[in-house]
Design a protein around this ligand. Structure first.
Ligand code: FAD
Ligand code: NAP
Length: 557
């Protein structure tokens, strides 16, 4: 394979040229860079942070850790890497995952092609030469044939628009953008807004530090004890001696996670059998609780059996019945929002220094310099932690001014919800790939599996384009339409659509309510992606030059 080089622009107004520009240096961008180099391509990664790791660079809040076991939440592409890295806990903590990302960057010599502290603000397709011109906040420009958005599904932290937030005189922390210097909250009255996965992880840690912790809860969430523990050497060894085979089996599971998958209906067994099974899974810990029966996310009655079991556990753990009632979720099926894994979350509400504030019944009226008024009660606070989530799946992309053919912007195209073919490309935007984009299984899986599969598909696709000397590849509008209908139908048959979740985008004011991930599972999705590639990229137009592609009106139809 011929190797090309990055050509730095010589004059101020001359862009740096390369074959591939990759935006983002999380696990997706790092692997994309590695594979682009393997193809002999010149590639540059542009990253807003000062280091690699993406999610694990930004989310440094106390208690942050993965909810997929560390033996699985790691790259599988390199046997040597998975043999030599040692995870110290069943679920790795944020610092350990970040250390792993840095280790990978060093091992594969990635850093020399990553431009840190570089935020991309615009990416525009130049029809005349079929190149992407990518501009950064600091005014640098990069010109490349292919542009890969590895910007992450959960990388655009969402700050709520609460009256008076900007008047608060204490410090405000967002879990998704936690400071890098140590934060001490001891002897302080601390407020936390948000009880999703981030809130559930950070709350027990803050409670252990703060003088008093006020948890402002709008919606309670289901959570299963993680039962995190130091890595058992025998368990680690069993994985390391069987890694290839286990990774393969993991990829045959809907979420790309090797776990015990129940294959009967929850309603096909006796109540005693069901209870035993739920008890067994509760004791084992972890999010595979919802894999106990095959229909927990399809049948409301089956789901109620699992939900009621967890509600009962909450009532057992939490001493005050009124607090337990508030913490027991009743407004959505279990698993319809990303299920959380916790360490002593519900137990935390038995502490003297923790108060649960029900802001569903007593909404936050305003934030003032000294605290929060919820209903008619004022809570005096020294610091405020926002665990208020992300503009998921489309947020990072919509922050970039992405301009495709004929001046069409991605924001304009996705105004009623994202449209992609396979989550990988959107028509009107030739040679622009998205890793784990809307319309792919991504956030419903072990995301590293989804990343590896997408990045390998993109690399194979680029190799094919090189083989056939093609200038461009673009999803056809009809393939995209058919795929989005498949994505919609796959979700429709499940209970996922019955929760007001970020999967639907309803956590962001004004965002169209469209179920974004593909629920069909890793094996089905992967098979479809492989078939598309094997058919010579059916559903894509490939060619040279770009003239004669469908027009702007058709793209917006
Ligand atoms: P990211 O890691 O989000 O990286 C994207 C990168 O792109 C970031 O570094 C960002 O700075 C950069 N970027 C974005 N926009 C721009 C721009 N305009 N210019 C320059 N750079 C830009 N998944 C699991 O499967 N299991 C888990 O246990 C799990 N735990 C999680 C815990 C938390 C707290 C969060 C927030 C997410 C978690 N996830 C988990 C999902 C997680 O995001 C993925 O597993 C994975 O890390 C995503 O990698 P990525 O490279 O696709 O995106
Ligand atoms: P999230 O699940 O969207 O939760 C956000 C929380 O903030 C919700 O409780 C929400 O309440 C609340 N909130 C938002 N705006 C509010 C407002 N204006 N007023 C009051 N409350 C408000 O976000 P997240 O917890 O950061 O998690 C996002 C995803 O990241 C997870 O689902 C998961 O995929 C991933 N993650 C994983 C882990 C892990 O365990 N490995 C940890 C953290 C994150 P409502 O529900 O009422 O809107």
């Amino acid at each position: 394979m011929q190797h090309s080089e990055v050509l730095e622009g010589r004059a101020d107004d001359e862009p740096t040229s390369c074959d591939v520009v990759i935006v983002g240096a999380g696990f997706a961008g790092m692997y994309m860079l590695h594979l682009a180099r393997r193809l002999g391509l010149s590639a540059v990664v542009l990253e807003a942070a000062y280091g690699v790791g993406g999610t694990w660079f930004w989310n440094r809040y106390p208690g942050a850790r993965c909810d997929v076991e560390s033996m699985q939440y790691s790259y599988s592409f390199c046997e040597e890497l998975q043999q030599e890295w040692h995870w110290t806990e069943r679920y790795a903590s944020q610092p350990e995952i970040l250390a792993y990302a840095n280790y990978v960057a060093k091992k594969f010599d990635l850093l020399r092609d990553i431009k840190f502290n570089t935020r991309v603000t615009k990416a525009a397709f130049q029809e005349e030469d079929c190149r992407w011109l990518v501009s950064t906040e600091a005014g640098m420009r990069y010109r490349a044939k292919w542009c890969v958005m590895a910007t992450g599904c959960l990388s655009a932290a969402q700050t709520p628009d609460i009256r008076g937030l900007d008047t608060f005189k204490g410090r405000i922390y967002h879990t998704g953008n936690w400071p890098h210097e140590p934060v001490s909250l001891s002897d302080q009255n601390v407020g936390v807004i948000g009880t999703g996965s981030s809130g559930i992880q950070v709350i027990p840690e803050l409670a252990a530090q703060a003088k008093h912790l006020y948890v402002f809860q709008r919606t309670s969430n289901f959570s299963i004890p993680a039962r995190n523990k130091p890595m058992d050497p025998e368990y680690e060894n069993s994985w390391k001696t069987n890694y290839a085979e286990r990774r393969k089996r993991a990829r045959s599971m809907p979420a790309g996670i090797l776990c015990e998958l129940g294959d009967t209906s929850a309603l096909a067994v006796s109540p005693e059998q069901r209870l035993n099974e739920y008890e067994r899974r509760w004791a084992a810990g972890g999010t595979s609780f919802t894999a106990a029966y095959s229909d927990l996310l399809r049948n409301a009655e089956a789901n109620r059996t699992a939900a009621e079991f967890v509600r009962e556990k909450i009532r057992t753990v939490v001493k005050r019945p009124d607090v337990a009632d508030l913490l027991a979720p009743v407004d959505h099926p279990i698993g319809a929002k990303r299920i959380c894994a916790d360490t002593k979350y519900f137990e935390t509400f038995n502490r003297e220094n923790v108060t649960l504030v029900d802001i569903r019944s007593n909404p936050i009226h305003e934030i003032s310099p000294d605290g929060i008024t919820a209903g008619s009660n004022f809570h005096k606070l020294d610091s405020l932690v926002l665990a208020t989530g992300f503009d998921a799946m489309t947020g990072a992309l919509s922050k970039i001014d992405i301009v495709g053919r004929e001046g069409l912007t991605l924001r304009e195209k996705w105004r009623d919800g994202p449209n992609t073919f396979l989550g990988l490309m959107s028509s009107g935007f030739p040679n622009l790939f998205i890793v784990t984009g809307p319309g792919s299984p991504s956030v419903l899986t072990n995301v590293i599996v989804a990343i590896e599969d997408n990045v390998e598909w993109i690399a194979d696709c680029i190799a094919h384009l090189l083989d056939v000397h093609a200038d461009y590849i673009e999803a056809t509008a009809s393939a995209e339409e058919t795929w989005m209908e498949q994505v919609r139908q796959a979700a429709e048959g499940t209970l996922y659509t019955q929760a007001k979740s970020w999967y639907l985008g309803v956590n962001i004011p004004g965002k169209p309510a469209v179920f974004m991930p593909y629920v069909g599972g890793v094996p089905a999705y992967q098979r479809i992606c492989e078939e598309v590639a094997a058919s010579g990229y059916k559903g894509f137009s490939i060619g040279t030059p770009t003239k004669g592609l469908h027009r702007r009106e058709a793209l917006l139809a």
